[in-house]
Design a protein. Sequence first.
Length: 407
Amino acid sequence: MAFHISKEELNEALVQAARHGNFDIVETYLEYGADVNYRNQKGTTPVRLAYQNGHNNICSILLQNRTDLPVIEKEGRTPLYSAIANKRKDIVSELINRGSNVRVKDANGRTPLHCAVINNTKDIVSKLLRSGSDPTVVDKNGCTPLHFAVVNKNDDIESELINRGSDPNVAFINGRTPLHCAVMDKSKGIAFELLQSGSDPNVVDLYGCTPLHYAADINYKDLVSELLNRGSDPNVVDRDGRTPLHCAVINKSNDIAFELLQSGSDPNVVDLYGTTPLQRAVDNLRTHNVVELLKRGADTRVVDKKGRTPLHCAVINKSNDIAFELLQSGSDPNVVDLYGKTTFDFASSEIKILLTFTKEARRKQLEYELQDLFETHAGLNHLEFKPLLFVDATNPADPEIESSEED
């Protein structure tokens, strides 16, 4: 008894036979003219279903009957993409041997090589590169396969891509190069290899950050050292006006801050919030950082957006040690902030004693210097030295000094 089956029904039957691994039935459907390139409503082909379900023998016979390997499945992908996604090296090899295009791009602009790198399949990556896949192609986000290798922390794939000509200085959509990614992921080995391969340590991303900013931000001293050795500029400012030194101080990294200062980092750069690294160190109560910054010439007179000096901040934070260091370095306790407050208005009893002691020490020092001035100039010896007539520069409420003329 004869029966009729439509072409559509025959093709659907082939899809199901390929899915379930019915080799003999697949052969029969092919003999009756079933279309190997048929795609069902989900955009899936018989070949894809065969290797997804591990039916290698069916996959082989289907490929032998294909005449149109570049058939496009969903998301603009060819069967090669699916074989890579399923890590089927044997199918990948067979597809390539049958002429599958290794340079094709899907809807996201990604090549089969992108997908192989994303899936961490080094053997497939190697096969694609040997077959002519281009390691420099960027997807719609500006990512090369190298970006994905770095993000996946796959040293072997990263090395092979570099050796095959991948450009380490290509930046993707947010301006970050593979080196940015390696530093942010704390991939020391990969970062070192990228630098050795010519990666530029001074590329800034859309946030104005160099890899050195991120290395300082995550307290990774080895990377900071290597970046500085490779020529990274410690004075680049990000979009908030911060240098890597700001980042190091904010994250309380004494060693990194010290190394940045030794490498020429400017301690007086003011960020968009009106703060210098010194003010950040004071806010974080980092006495060691404060001392080192002062040694390197940090300006104690810089005021933030509230008109406050580092000494204001130290006093507000009740940090006697830091207040003492600042006073020793010449910080003026009489500076008035935007609210009309001096350090005396915020000071605890202990700090007030310190401020008063420093004030008195300055008065005496001034007296000694002036006495010496009068004594060493013979022409002035006839004048009487009256120290009380000099204005007390450290007193926030100096009394009026009445002038008098000598008869």
